[in-house]
Design a protein around this ligand. Structure first.
Ligand SMILES: [Cu+2]
Length: 356
């Protein structure tokens, strides 16, 4: 309570000093001695501009160099290199312009500070300058956009036919993974069927879903295209896999996708980084609620043979959850019964009608 009182007194004192300072400026303006004041404040501001440029620039450079490794994990996918080239080309071009224009901004503010007797130069218009600073950025921007569009079309085009298919579904707060079984077809799912056991909402009356399996982590083979089908169960999430340079939103009610080809197995990357505990990661990159920070999933890139071995070991969801399968069987039996009954009714009715 005492501390609060002292703080209040300090704040009030600051306010009083501030007001006194303003009154002093106002009286100096009215008494005609304001020129000196304006000169001092201009000088102070001009120096602050230069200090801001130097200290701010140094802090920016430091944070950039310090975090470079975190921003640029080693690339582990085919398209990652194209993405990287595009990113850095854009970054370097706009970076140079950004630095030059900001040096001009701060240096000119310093250089052309208020000076007694100096008048601003009246420079209303110049066609040549207007054309230069319109045409050059337009050409550069068009080039960047075109290069980006070309690469993006390639990356987001249809996945190769022999891709390994898997589905990730975002939910508050983890990722669920589903693979098609031997038929290579993901079965039908229905959000109305989602419950604690059937987290995906498997509709097991669809035969192609019977061999689908759920996995605790993502396994993908090295050197093989992987088609990632992406869904969300509740709110907006984003699939972010920094080493593969993949990011795609997971939107409720609107499936999205992304295909990529991993180029380094988990073991190879562990050796490269000298970190035996390293794991590729699929993280959520869209703030989606309280547990967002923990929404991560491990990705294991296997040698193709290891992948096949892992795949062969997996047990289908229907096999692991016979009770869920049983409820579908009951339902479909009922459905067959009703269908038979209505078919019988349809046969009976005309006959009954005829006899009347
Ligand atoms: Cu999230």
């Amino acid at each position: 309570m005492i501390a609060l009182g002292i703080l209040l007194v300090l704040v009030l004192l600051l306010v009083v000093f501030g007001l006194l300072f303003r009154i002093q400026i106002l009286t100096s303006i009215f008494s005609g001695s304001s020129t000196r004041e304006i000169g001092t404040s201009n000088r102070v501001n001009a120096i602050l501009f230069i200090l801001f440029m130097v200290i701010g620039g140094a802090a920016f450079a430091y944070s950039f160099i310090e975090n470079y490794g975190k921003m640029n994990p080693p690339i582990a996918s085919v398209h990652g290199f194209a993405m990287e080239r595009l990113f850095w080309t854009t970054m370097i071009i706009i970076g140079i312009v950004f630095v030059l224009t900001h040096i001009a901004l701060f240096v000119y503010s310093y250089k052309y500070q208020h000076k007694e007797g100096r008048r601003a130069y009246f420079f209303p218009h110049n066609n040549k300058i207007e054309i230069i600073w319109t045409v050059i950025p337009a050409i550069v921007m068009a080039g960047l956009v075109f290069a980006g569009w070309k690469e993006w079309t390639k990356i987001t085009g249809p996945a190769p036919k022999d891709s390994v298919v898997l589905e990730v579904m975002g939910k508050q707060f983890n990722w669920l993974v589903r693979y098609p079984g031997r038929d290579q077809k993901l079965g039908v799912v229905n959000y109305r069927l989602i419950d604690a056991t059937n987290e995906f909402g498997f509709d097991l009356s669809d035969k192609s879903g019977l061999d689908d399996f759920v996995a605790g982590e993502v396994h993908v083979p090295k050197g093989h295209p992987v088609l990632l089908k992406i869904r969300s169960r509740d709110v907006l999430h984003a699939v972010y896999m920094p080493h593969f340079r993949v990011q795609m939103y997971a939107v409720p009610g609107m499936p999205t996708k992304f295909w990529f080809t991993p180029t380094k197995t988990t073991d190879e990357m562990r050796a490269q980084l000298g970190n035996p505990k390293f794991n590729y990661e699929l993280a959520c990159n869209q703030i989606c609620g309280r547990g967002h920070f923990a929404m991560k999933l491990n990705i294991i890139v296997d040698e193709p043979d290891d992948y096949v071995a892992w795949y062969a070991q997996q047990k289908s969801f229907s096999e692991q959850n016979p009770d869920v399968l049983a409820t579908f069987k009951q339902k479909s039996d009922k459905l067959v019964e009703t269908e038979n009954a209505s078919a019988a009714a349809a046969v009976v009715t005309p006959a009954t009608k005829a006899s009347l």
